[in-house]
Design a binder for this molecule. Structure first.
Ligand code: FAD
Ligand code: NAD
Length: 452
């Protein structure tokens, strides 16, 4: 048995950075990865999808050439080249993570599936390794809903669709949230017919209804068919393709993408040998310092259910490193959540939505502004969407904001930083932002605050 000061299971978005910090502190570390270095984000998530989104945007802009006085010919998609570009973005990053890890002094890299034997010992193939500190960064995978017939048809998930080098004739997508909508718009722009089937009443259900309805209009304007509030009764495969049976109707496509959420990779870790507690959905229960129910075992990233983004996984690493190595007392509950949905225009979000703020009991002030009244958007010819801010009338603190609009993924950070600074909205109202930008409208939007 080999022993180390620390073992990290999974080379996702938190593990490698933690390995580097522990190594710099002189500790011996073993990092175990069973598949691709870099995990979901690098291999089947953010990086390939955002590379594909970039190709789809280029196609869209090329088709709109005349709007800008640019003469283009027939726009065609070379899907093999599109896929090769995304693949290179992924493989460059993947090998970057692996080389980085292998170059760390005092870090041993093992490949294979790790499984607990007890709370301090893991088995990888025929080898046993042990450490007093174990960090789990095992991530998650696509969850497949129990729809009758689904497992008998050839469906795609995020893992298989990112390597597709052909354009489906008609892509039917189960699930109208992040994954479903990013692929829906991208494949529509690559030339596929696309139908999104969402069982909930609204797309991206966690957003305010005005945002979700605006997203729906943006997608429908591009020719994407959106079906919400439908029961999915079954799936079958025949000569015409794959048929999804809905309440009262059906839709048949050439390909089916399942984008109905994720599940944590905690079912095959041997956690029952450790006493580490899981919640009802299989996520590892952690305290505010990310330690599990067993002292000496921590869980970071998607597997702990406290975040589902690359930046939340990375922040988990930062919290653990700060507390263990820098004498700090950082907490997950102090995190203000921001995120973006990478359709075009993107949705940049931070904090609470209006409905969530009201539900939480705040006396809410709200202001919105359409992108048609944002100079930067008009100049760029990208005027879909709107900006929205939600403020607490009593404390004058910003509770949350959204920009569904061009540059929204970047411009939201002005508000995100204000919220982290803990200041009232007056500070942002008196800032002097750069012209012409989307961000420059925040002081104006704040002047329009009214009771919700
Ligand atoms: C299609 C898609 C698009 C996304 N886009 C974005 C985006 O734009 N922005 C964003 O912030 N987030 C995005 N996400 C979410 C983001 O990818 C995840 O939140 C992030 O990757 C989580 O990182 P992690 O470190 O928790 O786990 P992961 O990155 O999943 O890494 C876990 C690693 O652990 C390994 N592993 C698991 N079990 C074992 C075991 N027993 N032994 C050894 N190794 C093991 C796995 O092989 C994997 O490499 C996207 C996700 C998907 C699916
Ligand atoms: N831009 C980003 O940051 C980004 C992009 C992609 C994915 N992600 C991450 O990946 C995670 C998973 O994304 P996701 O979109 O798969 O999941 P999600 O949990 O956000 O949404 C799943 C959707 O599928 C619907 N659904 C569930 N069962 C269904 C069924 N049988 N038929 C039809 N619809 C059904 C749900 O109502 C829900 O709207 C997210 O939590 C997110 O954190 C992030």
């Amino acid at each position: 048995m080999k022993t180390f000061d620390a073992i990290i299971i999974g080379a996702g978005q938190a593990g490698p950075s933690l390995a580097e910090r522990l190594s710099q502190a002189g500790q011996t570390v073993c990092v175990v990865e069973r598949k691709f270095f870099g995990g979901t984000c690098v291999n089947t998530g953010c990086m390939p999808t955002k590379a594909l989104v970039a190709s789809a945007y280029a196609a869209h802009l090329a088709r709109r050439g005349a709007d800008f006085g640019v003469v283009t010919g027939d726009v065609r998609i070379d899907m093999k080249a599109v896929a090769a570009r995304a693949h290179k973005v992924t493989t460059d990053a993947r090998s970057g993570v692996e080389n980085w890890l292998r170059g760390m002094k005092t870090v041993t890299v093992m490949t294979g599936h790790a499984r607990f034997q007890n709370a301090t010992t893991l088995q990888i193939g025929d080898e046993l390794i042990s450490a007093p500190k174990i960090f789990l960064n095992v991530g998650g995978r696509a969850s497949v809903p129990p729809v009758p017939g689904l497992t008998d048809v050839p469906y795609l998930t995020n893992s298989s669709i990112v390597t597709l080098d052909r354009v489906p004739e008609h892509l039917v997508i189960l699930g109208g949230s992040y994954i479903g909508l990013e692929f829906a718009q991208m494949y529509r722009r690559f030339g596929a017919q696309v139908t999104v089937v969402e069982k909930g009443a609204h797309l991206v259900a966690r957003e305010d209804v005005d945002i979700s309805e605006a997203i729906r209009r943006i997608l429908e304007d591009e020719g994407i068919s959106v079906r919400t509030g439908v029961d999915i009764n079954g799936v079958s495969h025949g000569g015409d393709g794959i048929t999804v049976r809905l309440s009262g109707s059906e839709v048949t496509g050439s390909d089916l993408l399942v984008a109905t959420g994720r599940r944590p990779n905690t079912d095959d870790l041997g956690l029952d040998q450790t006493g580490v507690k899981l919640d009802a959905r299989g996520y590892i229960e952690v305290g505010d310092d990310l330690q599990t129910s067993v002292p000496g075992i921590w869980a970071m990233g998607d597997c702990n259910g406290r975040g589902a983004f690359t930046h939340t996984a990375f922040n988990d690493f930062e919290i653990i490193a700060a507390n263990l190595l820098d004498g700090e007392n950082r907490k997950v509950s102090d995190r203000i959540l921001g995120y973006a949905l990478y359709i075009d225009p993107p949705l940049g979000r931070v904090g609470m939505g209006e409905a969530e703020a009201e539900k939480a009991g705040h006396r809410v002030l709200v202001s919105t502004r359409p992108m048609t009244r944002v100079g930067r958007a008009v100049e760029k010819g990208e005027t879909k969407g709107f900006m929205k801010v939600v403020v607490d009338a009593d404390s004058r603190k910003i509770l949350g904001a959204a920009i569904l609009g061009t540059g929204g993924d970047e411009a939201i950070h002005g508000v995100l930083d204000m919220m982290n600074a803990g200041v009232t909205f007056d500070v942002l109202q008196w800032a002097v932002p750069i012209h012409p930008t989307v961000s420059e409208l925040w002081p104006t939007v704040l002047k329009g605050l009214k009771p919700a």
